[in-house]
Design a binder for this molecule. Sequence first.
Ligand code: ADP
Ligand code: MG
Length: 459
Amino acid sequence: MTTASFSSLPLSTEFLANLESLGYQTMTPIQAQSLPAILKARDIQAQAKTGSGKTAAFGIGLLHQLDSQSYLTQALVLCPTRELADQVSKEIRRLARPIPNTKILSLYGGTPMGPQLASLQHHPHIVVGTPGRILKHLQKGSLKLDRLKMLVLDEADRMLDMGFHEDIMRIIDMTPDQRQTLLFSATYPDEIKRISKAIQNDPLDVFAESLHDDKIIKQAFYEIQKGERSQTLIALLQHYYPQSSVVFCNRKQQCQELANELTQKGFHALALHGDLEQTERDQVLVQFSNKSCSILIATDVAARGLDIKDLHAVINFELSPDPEIYIHRIGRTGRAGNEGLALSMFTASEARKVNAIEDYQKTPTRLEELSSLNMQENFKLIAPMVTLCIHAGRKDKVRAGDILGALTANSKLPGKQIGKIDIFDRLAYVAVERSVVKQALKILSEGKIKGRKFRARKL
Ligand code: ADP
Ligand code: MG
């Protein structure tokens, strides 16, 4: 474990102070291994698990060489999905606070071109987006990359899985040859090696250890009979009562069925899978992150890359045949010094999956008896908050403070009963404590926000 300090890097005092205000004291292993070289303009090819701090690694790198006086697009970050593009641009904005007038624009599909074309007229310094939409802008001539200094491929393996190979290559054809190229990937298949060879110049290989320390994550395996999966899941939830957990399934159809079953039984569970519309996905993630839902049931693809924090437990409803996927899944718990739980169930015919995990981790797995589970039968994991959806968003110039103000004005509701507020283009979500839902909904639907009336409903 490295404990390198950011101050060992050639960064300005303002920049270092900002990192400290973000709570970044020491570099994560991937940052410590890659940043010195990134700041020397070297190409990097890095393999690291979700949650290892890749965004700051390339974010600090691209901000370091940015000339904010020059109104040209100097850095491009390609991401597989809109959510990741949003997450990355938010993180870069936070990192860029000490550099005045930095323009960061995210561009992705599924939203109208008009507003994007308007934003592009202001010459963003940094563009973060999905390959399809970026290529569309390049072809239209609304985006120019001929002065690009840095190109980042984030979650490169996932972009390839999603069929973006050709788009990526066409985008790169429109960038200068002497750019710096950083490639980040969770796995390292041959296809990634080939792409790296084609687009990078003598890259430094970085590998951030992806095995987890059993002191931080408690891993336990339960052998079950066929047909016992959902009852075992409920037993695990009632024994461990995790305040937040992600349950992994291998197929998306199963996610939805399981979410329905748990909901019927009184648990607050939501499914996250590839068949959801974008708004539905947003709503699932909002409710999970603001504590209106304690159980997220997801496929690997749907959960990849998302920065879901403070997970109490990761539960493998089904193990993947690939031990590396197991490592990625359980890496989402036990972060930031908190102990995490990784619970897995398997049938006799899946024993080879457990053996593969054992071989991969080079430690014996801990088998536990189902009979050791001490269930609290009536415990349903009721989430503490409820989400209200307001039909007003960023485009209506509504900000979090306006919603908080509407709810707390004239001491209608105490601020401490109001949780996270998320603002999207046309919708906003506010979490309130379960006990004040009716009151809050009444205030929002009868009152005004910024002098205007908006529709509000409970999700
Ligand atoms: P990745 O892209 O590797 O999945 P992220 O860049 O999303 O990971 O980072 C995961 C979390 O760690 C984020 O919440 C981020 O704010 C936090 N983080 C990143 N670097 C540091 C650091 N040096 N110290 C503390 N937290 C960090
Ligand atoms: Mg990331």
